[in-house]
Design a protein around this ligand. Structure first.
Ligand SMILES: [Zn+2]
Length: 326
């Protein structure tokens, strides 16, 4: 089967690499200040982990375009976009809330982070590559239509999902979020829109306070599966096996977007869930099976949280390796 697929791609005149990684040097210029957990070193930890020989087939995109205002406004209110584009301080820092802090290059970084997801969606949906991982920061899933919060400025995954609908005409896009925090921003943006399914596992009750199981959205296309303090592999896998995978099976997504946060790792300093690298490999493989079934194997994964540098790097590597596996 693998050989047949290879020849099919050759016959089409080019060999499609199976995974592309999108990143941009400006994502390392966003500096929320000394001691902030969403630190610059997160990006290099992930990118360095993906240099190992097993990742030699990655198609690297080390420069991404900025998301356009029109693309940002798929997900965010125009007034918010207008204000935030002018919000970076000339020097020093500017606090948007107690933990969302801008430095002079933060908006540039956020624009390239969102732009990376848009470029990844374009590459995947035009057949240039089967899967993509966006190694970007600042993260996005807490940013609501009209509010930056929780280290997030633009809702990167939601912008990519809307782009798949608006620019490529997709009718069903799933966003699966296994970051340890509930993606209140993504939920806020896609709630009420039947084109999307948003499914999340997260520690609960916990920051940002949203994500109760009873919150299923105005159209019933929000799937929240809370995890309790101290939960680990078994509860996480049960949440997917019993709730999220069946919901995806029913939804039949034409594109799978993953909000890939790695702060449910057992060593993460911000939360109390005990996942290990093999859990991230497991969930990625399960999501691949859904994508193989319904979305031509198309997956765009987007980095969200993950604050223990070693746990982040090894978990992201396990995730990307599982995306690449034959
Ligand atoms: Zn998180």
């Amino acid at each position: 089967m693998r050989v047949l697929v290879f020849y099919e791609k050759l016959i089409r005149g080019h060999i499609v690499k199976e995974i592309a990684v999108f990143t941009d040097k400006t994502c390392a210029l966003h500096d929320p200040g000394a001691g902030h957990p969403e630190q610059i070193a997160r990006l290099s930890a992930v990118v360095t982990a993906l240099q190992k020989p097993e990742f030699k087939n990655i198609d690297w995109h080390r420069s991404t375009p900025e998301a356009t205002t029109a693309q940002l406004e798929y997900a965010h209110d125009p007034d918010y976009v207008h204000t935030i584009l002018r919000a970076a301080p000339k020097t020093g820092y500017r606090m948007l809330d107690s933990d969302t802090i801008l430095s002079p290059h933060s908006i540039e970084a956020a624009l390239h982070a969102a732009g990376a997801v848009v470029a990844a969606v374009d590459h995947v949906l035009t057949g240039k590559v089967e899967k993509a991982f966006c190694a970007v920061r600042p993260p996005g899933h807490h940013a609501e239509k009209d509010k930056a919060m929780g280290f997030c400025i633009f809702s990167n995954a939601a912008i990519g999902a809307w782009h798949a609908v608006k620019a490529h005409g997709l009718k069903r896009v799933a966003i699966v979020d296994f970051d340890v925090h509930h993606g209140n921003g993504t939920e806020n943006i896609v709630d009420g829109h039947a084109e999307f399914l948003y499914a999340s596992t997260h520690q609960y009750p916990f920051y940002p306070g949203t994500g109760a199981a009873v919150d299923t959205g105005r159209l019933g296309n929000i799937v929240n599966v809370p995890l309790q303090i101290g939960d680990g592999s078994a509860a996480f896998r049960r949440a997917f096996t019993r709730v999220i995978l069946p919901a995806l099976d029913k939804f039949k997504p034409e594109l799978m977007i993953i909000s890939a946060g790695f702060d449910a790792h057992q060593n993460d300093p911000l939360a109390q869930i005990n996942l290990i690298e093999t859990d991230y490999a497991w969930v990625t493989t399960e999501l691949r099976h859904i994508a193989d079934e319904y979305s031509h194997s198309h997956i765009v994964s987007v980095l969200e949280g993950g604050y223990n540098l070693e746990g982040l790097a090894s978990s992201a590597a396990a995730h990307v390796a599982a995306l690449m596996k034959p």
